[in-house]
Design a binder for this molecule. Sequence first.
Ligand SMILES: C[S@@+](CC[C@H](N)C(=O)[O-])C[C@H]1O[C@@H](n2cnc3c(N)ncnc32)[C@H](O)[C@@H]1O
Ligand code: SF4
Ligand code: SF4
Length: 481
Amino acid sequence: MLMRLARQTYIRQYDEFTYLFGKVTAFDQVFRSAEPFFAHLSRQPKEREVIVDEIVSDYADAPREVVEKDFDELLSPLIEKKVILVGESVAQLDAQEPFFTYDCDDPKTAKDERVLSSSEVEALPATLLDKYFAEHPTLFEMQLDITQACTERCRHCYVPEYNPIFLPYDKICNVLDEFREMGGIHVSLSGGECMMHKNIIKIIKAIRERDCTVACLSNLTICTDEIIDALVEADGTVQVSLYSMSPAIHDEVTRRKGSWLETMDSILRLRAAQIPVRISCPCLRINYKGYPEVMKFAESLKMDAQTDFIIMGKQDCDTSNLCNRLNLDETRILLQDVILKAVPMNSEYFSPGKKGQMLSAEEWRKRKVCGACVNSLCLNATGDYYPCPGFAGVVLGNCYKNCLRDVWFNSEATKRIRAVTGDSFDKCVKCMDRDYCSVCMCRNFNETGDMYKPAEHFCKVAAINHEVVDEKQRQMSVMKM
Ligand SMILES: C[S@@+](CC[C@H](N)C(=O)[O-])C[C@H]1O[C@@H](n2cnc3c(N)ncnc32)[C@H](O)[C@@H]1O
Ligand code: SF4
Ligand code: SF4
Protein backbone atom coordinates (compact mmCIF):
# COMPACT_ATOMS: atom_id res chain seq x y z
CA MET A 1 0.00 0.00 0.00
CA LEU A 2 1.48 3.38 -1.09
CA MET A 3 0.99 6.61 0.79
CA ARG A 4 1.78 10.25 0.21
CA LEU A 5 0.71 13.73 1.22
CA ALA A 6 -1.79 15.36 -1.11
CA ARG A 7 -0.25 17.97 -3.38
CA GLN A 8 -1.69 20.81 -1.33
CA THR A 9 -1.10 19.42 2.13
CA TYR A 10 1.50 21.41 4.03
CA ILE A 11 3.16 20.23 7.23
CA ARG A 12 5.16 22.22 9.74
CA GLN A 13 6.66 21.21 13.06
CA TYR A 14 6.56 23.78 15.87
CA ASP A 15 8.23 22.22 18.93
CA GLU A 16 5.90 19.44 20.05
CA PHE A 17 3.11 20.54 17.69
CA THR A 18 2.69 19.25 14.16
CA TYR A 19 0.56 21.57 12.03
CA LEU A 20 -1.26 20.16 9.02
CA PHE A 21 -2.84 22.46 6.47
CA GLY A 22 -4.84 21.03 3.57
CA LYS A 23 -5.41 23.96 1.24
CA VAL A 24 -8.04 22.40 -1.02
CA THR A 25 -9.93 20.64 1.73
CA ALA A 26 -9.56 23.57 4.17
CA PHE A 27 -8.10 21.16 6.67
CA ASP A 28 -6.47 22.98 9.54
CA GLN A 29 -5.31 20.93 12.50
CA VAL A 30 -2.63 20.72 15.14
CA PHE A 31 -1.37 17.45 16.65
CA ARG A 32 0.61 17.17 19.83
CA SER A 33 3.36 14.52 20.17
CA ALA A 34 2.82 13.27 16.62
CA GLU A 35 6.12 14.24 14.97
CA PRO A 36 7.39 10.67 14.36
CA PHE A 37 4.10 9.76 12.67
CA PHE A 38 4.30 12.60 10.17
CA ALA A 39 8.07 12.94 9.77
CA HIS A 40 8.30 10.07 7.28
CA LEU A 41 5.46 11.21 5.03
CA SER A 42 6.15 13.42 2.05
CA ARG A 43 4.70 14.11 -1.40
CA GLN A 44 6.76 11.18 -2.73
CA PRO A 45 4.79 7.90 -2.59
CA LYS A 46 6.19 5.47 -0.05
CA GLU A 47 5.18 1.97 1.01
CA ARG A 48 3.13 1.97 4.22
CA GLU A 49 5.32 -0.81 5.62
CA VAL A 50 8.45 1.26 5.10
CA ILE A 51 6.87 4.24 6.86
CA VAL A 52 5.85 2.06 9.81
CA ASP A 53 9.39 0.58 9.97
CA GLU A 54 10.82 4.09 10.13
CA ILE A 55 8.41 5.12 12.90
CA VAL A 56 9.18 1.96 14.86
CA SER A 57 12.88 2.75 14.67
CA ASP A 58 12.11 6.23 16.10
CA TYR A 59 10.07 4.77 18.97
CA ALA A 60 12.67 2.34 20.27
CA ASP A 61 10.52 1.05 23.15
CA ALA A 62 7.11 0.70 21.51
CA PRO A 63 5.97 -2.64 20.07
CA ARG A 64 5.32 -2.56 16.32
CA GLU A 65 1.60 -3.51 16.68
CA VAL A 66 1.01 -0.53 18.96
CA VAL A 67 2.79 1.89 16.62
CA GLU A 68 0.88 0.48 13.66
CA LYS A 69 -2.46 0.77 15.43
CA ASP A 70 -1.79 4.39 16.44
CA PHE A 71 -0.56 5.25 12.97
CA ASP A 72 -3.70 3.83 11.37
CA GLU A 73 -5.98 5.52 13.88
CA LEU A 74 -4.27 8.85 13.35
CA LEU A 75 -4.27 8.62 9.59
CA SER A 76 -7.67 7.17 8.85
CA PRO A 77 -9.62 10.46 9.17
CA LEU A 78 -6.84 12.26 7.28
CA ILE A 79 -7.14 9.72 4.48
CA GLU A 80 -10.89 10.17 4.49
CA LYS A 81 -10.37 13.95 4.14
CA LYS A 82 -7.83 13.39 1.33
CA VAL A 83 -5.14 15.23 3.27
CA ILE A 84 -3.12 12.03 2.91
CA LEU A 85 -3.63 9.74 -0.08
CA VAL A 86 -3.36 5.93 -0.13
CA GLY A 87 -3.50 3.49 -3.02
CA GLU A 88 -2.04 0.42 -4.60
CA SER A 89 -0.25 2.33 -7.36
CA VAL A 90 1.02 5.81 -8.17
CA ALA A 91 -1.84 6.16 -10.66
CA GLN A 92 -4.36 5.33 -7.93
CA LEU A 93 -2.84 7.99 -5.67
CA ASP A 94 -2.90 10.56 -8.45
CA ALA A 95 -6.52 9.78 -9.27
CA GLN A 96 -7.54 10.74 -5.74
CA GLU A 97 -5.74 14.08 -5.71
CA PRO A 98 -8.24 16.70 -4.49
CA PHE A 99 -8.36 19.89 -6.55
CA PHE A 100 -10.19 23.18 -6.40
CA THR A 101 -13.01 23.63 -8.90
CA TYR A 102 -15.83 26.06 -9.51
CA ASP A 103 -17.81 23.22 -11.11
CA CYS A 104 -19.57 22.18 -7.92
CA ASP A 105 -22.27 23.60 -5.67
CA ASP A 106 -20.02 25.21 -3.10
CA PRO A 107 -16.42 25.56 -4.23
CA LYS A 108 -15.48 27.72 -1.29
CA THR A 109 -12.99 25.88 0.86
CA ALA A 110 -15.29 25.58 3.84
CA LYS A 111 -13.74 25.44 7.28
CA ASP A 112 -13.67 22.01 8.83
CA GLU A 113 -13.43 22.39 12.56
CA ARG A 114 -13.50 18.69 13.32
CA VAL A 115 -11.03 17.70 15.99
CA LEU A 116 -9.52 14.31 15.35
CA SER A 117 -7.96 12.18 18.00
CA SER A 118 -6.34 8.84 18.56
CA SER A 119 -5.21 6.97 21.63
CA GLU A 120 -1.65 8.28 21.77
CA VAL A 121 -1.75 11.50 19.83
CA GLU A 122 -3.64 14.54 20.93
CA ALA A 123 -5.38 16.39 18.10
CA LEU A 124 -6.23 20.01 18.72
CA PRO A 125 -7.92 22.85 16.84
CA ALA A 126 -5.59 25.06 14.82
CA THR A 127 -6.57 28.08 16.94
CA LEU A 128 -4.22 26.57 19.52
CA LEU A 129 -1.40 27.81 17.31
CA ASP A 130 -2.39 31.41 18.08
CA LYS A 131 -1.78 30.73 21.74
CA TYR A 132 1.49 28.97 20.91
CA PHE A 133 2.67 31.87 18.72
CA ALA A 134 1.81 34.42 21.42
CA GLU A 135 4.22 32.56 23.72
CA HIS A 136 6.70 31.47 21.03
CA PRO A 137 6.75 34.06 18.25
CA THR A 138 7.05 32.13 14.98
CA LEU A 139 7.22 33.54 11.48
CA PHE A 140 4.23 31.76 9.97
CA GLU A 141 3.20 34.16 7.21
CA MET A 142 4.82 36.96 5.29
CA GLN A 143 3.79 39.58 2.74
CA LEU A 144 6.32 40.61 0.10
CA ASP A 145 5.64 43.99 -1.52
CA ILE A 146 7.86 43.24 -4.47
CA THR A 147 7.43 46.65 -6.07
CA GLN A 148 6.14 50.13 -5.30
CA ALA A 149 5.15 50.61 -8.94
CA CYS A 150 1.49 50.34 -9.84
CA THR A 151 -0.73 50.48 -12.90
CA GLU A 152 -3.45 52.32 -10.94
CA ARG A 153 -3.67 55.38 -8.72
CA CYS A 154 -6.52 54.45 -6.40
CA ARG A 155 -8.00 57.37 -4.51
CA HIS A 156 -7.75 55.72 -1.11
CA CYS A 157 -4.40 53.93 -1.54
CA TYR A 158 -2.01 53.94 1.42
CA VAL A 159 1.09 53.59 -0.78
CA PRO A 160 2.76 57.02 -0.71
CA GLU A 161 4.81 56.72 -3.89
CA TYR A 162 4.73 54.45 -6.91
CA ASN A 163 8.43 54.45 -7.72
CA PRO A 164 9.67 51.76 -10.13
CA ILE A 165 11.62 49.99 -7.38
CA PHE A 166 11.62 46.19 -7.58
CA LEU A 167 12.97 43.66 -5.08
CA PRO A 168 15.54 41.62 -7.01
CA TYR A 169 14.64 38.00 -7.69
CA ASP A 170 17.80 36.65 -6.00
CA LYS A 171 17.14 38.67 -2.86
CA ILE A 172 13.56 37.38 -2.78
CA CYS A 173 14.88 33.81 -3.02
CA ASN A 174 17.28 34.40 -0.12
CA VAL A 175 14.48 35.77 2.01
CA LEU A 176 12.21 32.85 1.06
CA ASP A 177 14.92 30.36 2.02
CA GLU A 178 15.22 31.93 5.45
CA PHE A 179 11.45 32.17 5.83
CA ARG A 180 11.00 28.47 5.02
CA GLU A 181 13.85 27.49 7.28
CA MET A 182 12.16 29.37 10.15
CA GLY A 183 8.92 27.42 9.70
CA GLY A 184 7.06 29.85 7.43
CA ILE A 185 4.15 28.56 5.39
CA HIS A 186 2.05 31.35 3.79
CA VAL A 187 3.46 33.98 1.40
CA SER A 188 1.47 36.83 -0.14
CA LEU A 189 2.75 38.96 -3.00
CA SER A 190 1.59 42.56 -2.98
CA GLY A 191 2.79 46.10 -3.70
CA GLY A 192 2.09 48.30 -5.60
CA GLU A 193 1.12 45.92 -8.36
CA CYS A 194 3.07 42.69 -7.99
CA MET A 195 2.37 41.60 -11.57
CA MET A 196 4.55 44.50 -12.83
CA HIS A 197 7.65 42.65 -11.57
CA LYS A 198 9.49 41.26 -14.59
CA ASN A 199 10.22 38.07 -12.64
CA ILE A 200 6.72 37.55 -11.27
CA ILE A 201 6.46 34.07 -12.81
CA LYS A 202 9.81 32.97 -11.38
CA ILE A 203 8.86 34.43 -7.99
CA ILE A 204 5.57 32.51 -7.90
CA LYS A 205 7.48 29.33 -8.75
CA ALA A 206 10.16 30.05 -6.16
CA ILE A 207 7.57 30.29 -3.40
CA ARG A 208 5.97 26.96 -4.34
CA GLU A 209 9.36 25.29 -4.68
CA ARG A 210 9.91 26.10 -1.03
CA ASP A 211 6.69 24.29 -0.19
CA CYS A 212 4.85 27.45 0.81
CA THR A 213 1.40 28.65 -0.23
CA VAL A 214 1.31 31.61 -2.62
CA ALA A 215 -1.34 34.31 -2.83
CA CYS A 216 -1.26 37.36 -5.12
CA LEU A 217 -2.93 40.59 -4.04
CA SER A 218 -3.43 42.26 -7.37
CA ASN A 219 -5.58 44.72 -9.27
CA LEU A 220 -5.40 42.24 -12.22
CA THR A 221 -4.99 44.94 -14.86
CA ILE A 222 -1.99 43.20 -16.44
CA CYS A 223 -2.58 39.56 -15.61
CA THR A 224 -1.23 37.61 -18.60
CA ASP A 225 -2.07 34.01 -19.51
CA GLU A 226 1.54 33.10 -18.60
CA ILE A 227 1.02 34.43 -15.07
CA ILE A 228 -2.22 32.46 -14.84
CA ASP A 229 -0.35 29.30 -15.93
CA ALA A 230 2.27 29.94 -13.23
CA LEU A 231 -0.46 30.36 -10.62
CA VAL A 232 -2.09 27.10 -11.71
CA GLU A 233 1.24 25.31 -11.53
CA ALA A 234 1.93 26.76 -8.06
CA ASP A 235 -1.58 26.15 -6.70
CA GLY A 236 -1.75 29.90 -6.13
CA THR A 237 -4.72 32.02 -5.11
CA VAL A 238 -5.64 35.63 -5.88
CA GLN A 239 -7.26 38.49 -4.05
CA VAL A 240 -8.47 41.30 -6.30
CA SER A 241 -10.13 44.63 -5.55
CA LEU A 242 -13.29 45.24 -7.53
CA TYR A 243 -14.88 48.52 -6.53
CA SER A 244 -18.09 48.50 -8.53
CA MET A 245 -20.08 46.76 -11.24
CA SER A 246 -20.21 50.13 -12.96
CA PRO A 247 -17.06 50.46 -15.12
CA ALA A 248 -17.17 54.25 -14.74
CA ILE A 249 -17.25 54.12 -10.92
CA HIS A 250 -14.52 51.47 -10.70
CA ASP A 251 -12.30 53.51 -13.01
CA GLU A 252 -13.11 56.62 -10.98
CA VAL A 253 -11.67 54.86 -7.89
CA THR A 254 -8.60 53.48 -9.66
CA ARG A 255 -8.05 56.54 -11.86
CA ARG A 256 -7.12 54.22 -14.74
CA LYS A 257 -9.40 54.35 -17.74
CA GLY A 258 -10.40 50.89 -18.86
CA SER A 259 -9.28 49.24 -15.59
CA TRP A 260 -12.71 47.70 -14.89
CA LEU A 261 -12.65 45.89 -18.23
CA GLU A 262 -9.09 44.67 -17.68
CA THR A 263 -9.81 43.47 -14.15
CA MET A 264 -13.08 41.84 -15.12
CA ASP A 265 -11.48 40.01 -18.03
CA SER A 266 -8.74 38.65 -15.74
CA ILE A 267 -11.25 37.54 -13.11
CA LEU A 268 -13.06 35.48 -15.73
CA ARG A 269 -9.82 33.99 -17.11
CA LEU A 270 -8.69 33.06 -13.58
CA ARG A 271 -12.03 31.40 -13.03
CA ALA A 272 -11.75 29.46 -16.26
CA ALA A 273 -8.34 28.26 -15.04
CA GLN A 274 -9.97 27.13 -11.75
CA ILE A 275 -7.87 29.47 -9.61
CA PRO A 276 -9.48 30.39 -6.27
CA VAL A 277 -10.19 34.13 -6.35
CA ARG A 278 -11.46 36.31 -3.56
CA ILE A 279 -13.07 39.58 -4.56
CA SER A 280 -12.54 42.45 -2.17
CA CYS A 281 -14.73 45.53 -2.40
CA PRO A 282 -13.40 48.30 -0.17
CA CYS A 283 -16.14 50.91 0.24
CA LEU A 284 -15.41 54.58 -0.39
CA ARG A 285 -17.82 57.49 -0.69
CA ILE A 286 -18.04 57.13 -4.44
CA ASN A 287 -18.68 53.37 -4.62
CA TYR A 288 -20.28 52.19 -1.38
CA LYS A 289 -23.86 52.17 -2.64
CA GLY A 290 -22.89 49.65 -5.31
CA TYR A 291 -21.16 47.09 -3.09
CA PRO A 292 -24.16 44.67 -3.01
CA GLU A 293 -23.91 44.29 -6.81
CA VAL A 294 -20.24 43.34 -6.47
CA MET A 295 -21.18 40.77 -3.81
CA LYS A 296 -23.92 39.38 -6.09
CA PHE A 297 -21.51 39.19 -9.00
CA ALA A 298 -19.01 37.26 -6.86
CA GLU A 299 -21.76 34.92 -5.76
CA SER A 300 -22.81 34.31 -9.35
CA LEU A 301 -19.23 33.18 -10.05
CA LYS A 302 -19.14 31.18 -6.79
CA MET A 303 -16.21 33.29 -5.64
CA ASP A 304 -15.45 34.40 -2.11
CA ALA A 305 -16.12 38.09 -1.52
CA GLN A 306 -15.77 40.59 1.26
CA THR A 307 -16.32 44.26 1.78
CA ASP A 308 -14.72 46.75 4.11
CA PHE A 309 -14.96 50.43 4.87
CA ILE A 310 -11.89 50.83 7.04
CA ILE A 311 -9.64 53.13 5.12
CA MET A 312 -6.41 54.17 6.77
CA GLY A 313 -4.01 57.03 6.20
CA LYS A 314 -0.98 56.62 3.99
CA GLN A 315 2.09 54.80 5.18
CA ASP A 316 4.00 58.07 5.53
CA CYS A 317 1.21 59.58 7.72
CA ASP A 318 -0.12 61.75 4.90
CA THR A 319 -3.90 61.76 5.43
CA SER A 320 -4.95 63.36 2.15
CA ASN A 321 -6.44 60.03 0.94
CA LEU A 322 -8.95 59.99 3.82
CA CYS A 323 -11.32 62.45 2.15
CA ASN A 324 -12.45 59.42 0.14
CA ARG A 325 -13.57 57.31 3.07
CA LEU A 326 -17.17 57.15 4.26
CA ASN A 327 -18.32 59.87 6.62
CA LEU A 328 -20.11 58.85 9.80
CA ASP A 329 -23.62 58.97 8.34
CA GLU A 330 -22.57 56.84 5.40
CA THR A 331 -20.76 54.44 7.73
CA ARG A 332 -23.96 54.01 9.75
CA ILE A 333 -25.96 53.22 6.63
CA LEU A 334 -23.37 50.68 5.51
CA LEU A 335 -23.05 49.07 8.94
CA GLN A 336 -26.81 48.70 9.26
CA ASP A 337 -26.82 47.00 5.89
CA VAL A 338 -23.90 44.61 6.45
CA ILE A 339 -24.98 43.67 9.97
CA LEU A 340 -28.55 43.09 8.83
CA LYS A 341 -27.50 40.95 5.89
CA ALA A 342 -24.44 39.40 7.62
CA VAL A 343 -22.23 40.39 4.67
CA PRO A 344 -18.67 39.06 5.04
CA MET A 345 -16.36 41.84 6.20
CA ASN A 346 -12.65 42.13 6.23
CA SER A 347 -12.72 43.28 9.84
CA GLU A 348 -14.22 42.61 13.20
CA TYR A 349 -17.55 44.33 12.67
CA PHE A 350 -19.16 41.24 13.79
CA SER A 351 -22.47 39.51 14.04
CA PRO A 352 -24.53 40.33 17.13
CA GLY A 353 -24.47 36.64 17.97
CA LYS A 354 -20.87 37.03 19.11
CA LYS A 355 -21.82 39.42 21.85
CA GLY A 356 -21.71 36.75 24.52
CA GLN A 357 -18.12 35.81 23.60
CA MET A 358 -16.49 39.11 24.49
CA LEU A 359 -13.32 39.23 26.57
CA SER A 360 -13.27 40.43 30.15
CA ALA A 361 -11.33 43.65 30.78
CA GLU A 362 -8.53 41.63 32.34
CA GLU A 363 -8.25 39.30 29.35
CA TRP A 364 -8.47 42.21 26.96
CA ARG A 365 -5.54 44.00 28.62
CA LYS A 366 -3.34 40.93 28.31
CA ARG A 367 -4.18 39.88 24.77
CA LYS A 368 -2.00 40.67 21.77
CA VAL A 369 -3.85 43.10 19.53
CA CYS A 370 -2.81 41.34 16.31
CA GLY A 371 -0.31 38.95 14.75
CA ALA A 372 2.20 41.62 13.66
CA CYS A 373 5.69 40.42 14.75
CA VAL A 374 4.02 37.52 16.56
CA ASN A 375 3.38 35.27 13.56
CA SER A 376 3.77 37.59 10.59
CA LEU A 377 5.77 40.37 9.02
CA CYS A 378 6.14 42.23 5.71
CA LEU A 379 8.96 43.20 3.40
CA ASN A 380 8.72 46.19 1.08
CA ALA A 381 10.35 46.93 -2.25
CA THR A 382 13.17 48.99 -0.71
CA GLY A 383 14.16 45.99 1.41
CA ASP A 384 12.69 47.28 4.67
CA TYR A 385 10.98 44.78 6.92
CA TYR A 386 7.87 46.18 8.60
CA PRO A 387 5.14 44.82 10.90
CA CYS A 388 1.95 44.50 8.81
CA PRO A 389 0.38 45.63 5.51
CA GLY A 390 0.06 49.40 5.62
CA PHE A 391 2.37 49.84 8.64
CA ALA A 392 5.54 50.67 6.71
CA GLY A 393 6.25 53.70 8.91
CA VAL A 394 7.83 51.38 11.47
CA VAL A 395 10.99 49.75 10.11
CA LEU A 396 12.20 46.54 11.75
CA GLY A 397 15.34 46.00 9.67
CA ASN A 398 16.44 45.79 6.05
CA CYS A 399 17.05 42.68 3.97
CA TYR A 400 20.20 44.20 2.43
CA LYS A 401 21.71 44.62 5.89
CA ASN A 402 20.05 42.09 8.19
CA CYS A 403 19.17 38.44 7.86
CA LEU A 404 15.53 37.62 8.51
CA ARG A 405 16.30 35.59 11.62
CA ASP A 406 18.10 38.58 13.10
CA VAL A 407 15.19 40.91 12.32
CA TRP A 408 12.72 38.45 13.81
CA PHE A 409 14.61 37.60 17.00
CA ASN A 410 16.93 40.52 17.73
CA SER A 411 15.55 43.74 16.28
CA GLU A 412 14.53 46.12 19.06
CA ALA A 413 11.70 47.46 16.88
CA THR A 414 10.35 43.93 16.34
CA LYS A 415 10.49 43.22 20.06
CA ARG A 416 8.70 46.49 20.80
CA ILE A 417 5.80 45.73 18.43
CA ARG A 418 5.64 42.14 19.67
CA ALA A 419 5.31 43.27 23.28
CA VAL A 420 2.23 45.37 22.57
CA THR A 421 -0.96 44.19 24.29
CA GLY A 422 -4.34 45.77 24.93
CA ASP A 423 -2.79 47.35 28.03
CA SER A 424 -0.59 49.57 25.85
CA PHE A 425 -3.62 51.61 24.70
CA ASP A 426 -4.56 53.94 27.58
CA LYS A 427 -7.75 55.27 26.04
CA CYS A 428 -8.95 51.87 24.80
CA VAL A 429 -8.52 50.08 28.14
CA LYS A 430 -11.31 52.21 29.64
CA CYS A 431 -13.45 52.38 26.52
CA MET A 432 -17.03 51.07 26.42
CA ASP A 433 -16.82 50.50 22.68
CA ARG A 434 -13.62 48.50 22.51
CA ASP A 435 -15.39 45.24 21.68
CA TYR A 436 -16.89 46.93 18.65
CA CYS A 437 -13.61 48.26 17.44
CA SER A 438 -10.47 46.82 15.96
CA VAL A 439 -7.75 48.49 17.93
CA CYS A 440 -4.96 48.78 15.39
CA MET A 441 -1.42 50.16 15.72
CA CYS A 442 -1.18 50.74 11.99
CA ARG A 443 -4.40 52.72 11.65
CA ASN A 444 -3.48 54.81 14.67
CA PHE A 445 0.04 55.47 13.45
CA ASN A 446 -0.87 56.37 9.88
CA GLU A 447 -3.52 58.86 11.02
CA THR A 448 -2.25 60.29 14.31
CA GLY A 449 1.49 59.59 14.06
CA ASP A 450 1.31 57.64 17.35
CA MET A 451 0.56 53.92 17.24
CA TYR A 452 -1.05 54.02 20.68
CA LYS A 453 -3.28 57.02 19.95
CA PRO A 454 -6.55 56.18 18.17
CA ALA A 455 -7.89 58.44 15.46
CA GLU A 456 -11.14 60.09 16.47
CA HIS A 457 -12.83 58.82 13.33
CA PHE A 458 -12.36 55.17 14.28
CA CYS A 459 -13.64 55.80 17.82
CA LYS A 460 -16.80 57.35 16.42
CA VAL A 461 -17.19 54.44 14.01
CA ALA A 462 -16.86 51.97 16.91
CA ALA A 463 -19.58 53.84 18.83
CA ILE A 464 -21.87 53.61 15.80
CA ASN A 465 -21.09 49.92 15.43
CA HIS A 466 -21.96 49.40 19.10
CA GLU A 467 -25.32 51.12 18.62
CA VAL A 468 -26.13 49.21 15.46
CA VAL A 469 -25.25 45.84 17.00
CA ASP A 470 -27.34 46.63 20.10
CA GLU A 471 -30.26 47.63 17.91
CA LYS A 472 -29.97 44.39 15.96
CA GLN A 473 -29.84 42.44 19.23
CA ARG A 474 -33.02 44.12 20.42
CA GLN A 475 -34.74 43.23 17.16
CA MET A 476 -33.59 39.63 17.46
CA SER A 477 -34.89 39.29 21.02
CA VAL A 478 -38.27 40.81 20.06
CA MET A 479 -38.53 38.32 17.20
CA LYS A 480 -37.79 35.41 19.58
CA MET A 481 -40.62 36.44 21.94
C1 LIG B 1 -2.23 48.24 -1.33
S1 LIG B 1 -3.14 47.11 -2.32
C2 LIG B 1 -1.85 46.24 -3.12
C3 LIG B 1 -2.32 45.13 -4.01
C4 LIG B 1 -3.01 45.52 -5.30
N1 LIG B 1 -2.41 46.61 -5.94
C5 LIG B 1 -4.49 45.79 -5.04
O1 LIG B 1 -4.91 46.92 -5.15
O2 LIG B 1 -5.18 44.83 -4.73
C6 LIG B 1 -3.80 45.89 -1.22
C7 LIG B 1 -5.20 46.17 -0.72
O3 LIG B 1 -5.16 47.28 0.14
C8 LIG B 1 -6.32 48.07 -0.07
N2 LIG B 1 -6.00 49.42 0.35
C9 LIG B 1 -5.29 50.32 -0.32
N3 LIG B 1 -5.22 51.46 0.37
C10 LIG B 1 -5.91 51.29 1.51
C11 LIG B 1 -6.20 52.11 2.63
N4 LIG B 1 -5.78 53.36 2.71
N5 LIG B 1 -6.90 51.58 3.65
C12 LIG B 1 -7.35 50.31 3.58
N6 LIG B 1 -7.12 49.48 2.54
C13 LIG B 1 -6.41 49.96 1.51
C14 LIG B 1 -6.57 47.94 -1.55
O4 LIG B 1 -7.90 48.28 -1.88
C15 LIG B 1 -6.25 46.49 -1.78
O5 LIG B 1 -7.42 45.71 -1.52
S1 SF4 C 1 -4.73 50.06 -4.04
FE1 SF4 C 1 -3.42 48.64 -5.19
S2 SF4 C 1 -3.98 49.06 -7.30
FE2 SF4 C 1 -4.70 50.76 -6.17
S3 SF4 C 1 -3.04 52.26 -6.33
FE3 SF4 C 1 -2.80 51.12 -4.42
S4 SF4 C 1 -1.38 49.54 -4.91
FE4 SF4 C 1 -2.20 50.29 -6.85
S1 SF4 D 1 -13.29 53.20 20.17
FE1 SF4 D 1 -11.37 54.35 20.28
S2 SF4 D 1 -10.80 54.29 22.44
FE2 SF4 D 1 -12.36 52.74 22.12
S3 SF4 D 1 -11.21 50.86 21.73
FE3 SF4 D 1 -11.63 51.78 19.76
S4 SF4 D 1 -9.85 53.02 19.30
FE4 SF4 D 1 -9.79 52.57 21.48
